[in-house]
Design a protein around this ligand. Structure first.
Ligand code: ADP
Ligand code: TRP
Length: 326
């Protein structure tokens, strides 16, 4: 039986290099494995937990679909759709709410960080990991390509699966994260924080113009050593740049360090910027075409929802029966 791969990405802001190296690249590579069945979705409902303008939101949803398609998600190999188009995600989330403790959600680092930044939390933000568990388990997902920041949320998913199975009989697998070699790309202007859409100054967006990419890399934080090196603990900033170079070139970090031995930071950064620009040129061209062809993108998403919905429906029927709903 095919293993089920599931992953979701929020339509809130533009796709950055961390999203690409931590999640998208891997989701694309997994498409070549004939033993997997893949469900990738745009988690529009999750993205409503932050502040947004409805008009902007609709654009972000559709543009994220263009990003994913331009980035290599192939609708012939993967089921790509919008989360809210398959209603069972939210129905299952409700059932899961009733078996999840407040205490566990109160321990979520991402939630606590947002609250400590002064963001007025709504109940949806608090409940975010439960909806994520439903996204995965409604398809009985076993493998989840995500970045390192989602590990704790995935732990909640596993706990929910275990609790449900314990109370109502074996129903769900306990899914595992699959991480890349770059599970945590750091911010370009502060290597102690992860690159994140909520800190746009430190992001390299895949849609940035070449000039902007060059400027961002040339300005990126380094250190006061004279040679490049790879030591993520003591030299986080330069190690982050070396890792990005390695991931995009297919070399190992030690090969990159060797290759740039005796070369100054400015020269290395120039080479890195050109590598990034070269890598994402085809992506940018494909994306520009897709953004203009709205009906083609919407067709893909509708078809995706149509093929995901019957599977979600079967799981939901099983859950209803097991918990005693009639
Ligand atoms: P952001 O944190 O920028 O809002 P999302 O929450 O939309 O990004 O994340 C989408 C996917 O990209 C998730 O799988 C997440 O783990 C991954 N991801 C986000 N930021 C990074 C990063 N800096 N490094 C590696 N992976 C990341
Ligand atoms: N929580 C994820 C993030 O912030 C997005 C997400 C929602 C997700 N549902 C998911 C990821 C299911 C993997 C599987 O990035």
């Amino acid at each position: 039986m095919a293993k089920i791969v599931t992953s979701g990405i929020q339509p809130s802001g533009k796709m950055h290099l961390g999203n690409y190296l931590g999640m998208l690249q891997q989701a694309v590579q997994l498409q070549d494995n004939p033993n997997y069945r893949r469900f990738y979705f745009i988690v529009d409902l999750h993205s409503l937990t932050g502040r947004y303008s409805p008009k902007e939101k609709a654009k972000e949803i559709y543009e994220l679909a263009a990003d994913l398609l331009a980035g290599g998600i192939d609708p012939k190999k993967s089921t790509l759709f919008i989360q809210s188009h398959v209603r069972e995600h939210t129905e299952l989330a409700w059932i899961f709410n009733t078996i999840t403790s407040m205490g566990q959600l109160e321990r979520m680092v991402e939630y606590k960080e947002k609250v400590s930044q002064g963001i007025a939390a709504n109940v949806g933000l608090f409940d975010y990991p439960v909806l994520m568990a439903a996204d995965i388990l409604i398809y009985k997902g076993e493998l989840v390509p995500v970045g390192d920041d989602q590990r704790q949320h995935l732990e909640v998913t596993r706990d929910i699966a275990r609790t449900f199975n314990g109370r109502f009989g074996k129903t769900f697998p306990e899914p595992k994260a699959i991480l890349t070699h770059a599970p945590r790309v750091m911010s370009l202007n502060n290597a102690r924080q992860k690159m994140s859409k909520s800190l746009p100054q430190g992001c390299l967006f895949l849609t940035d113009a070449p000039k902007v990419m060059r400027e961002k890399i040339m300005r990126a934080e380094t250190d006061s050593y004279t040679e490049i090196g790879y030591d993520p603990v003591r030299r986080g900033a330069i190690s982050n740049l070396v890792m990005i170079y390695a991931e995009l070139s297919g070399l190992t970090t030690s090969q990159v360090v060797k290759m740039f031995k005796g070369v100054g930071y400015a020269e290395f950064k120039k080479e890195l910027a050109e590598l990034i620009i070269r890598t994402f040129k085809p992506f940018q061209e494909r994306r520009a075409k897709l953004v203009k062809n709205r009906s083609q993108v919407m067709k893909v998403l509708e078809k995706g929802a149509k093929s995901a919905a019957p599977i979600a429906h079967v799981t939901m029927e099983e859950v209803r029966r097991k918990v005693g709903l009639i």
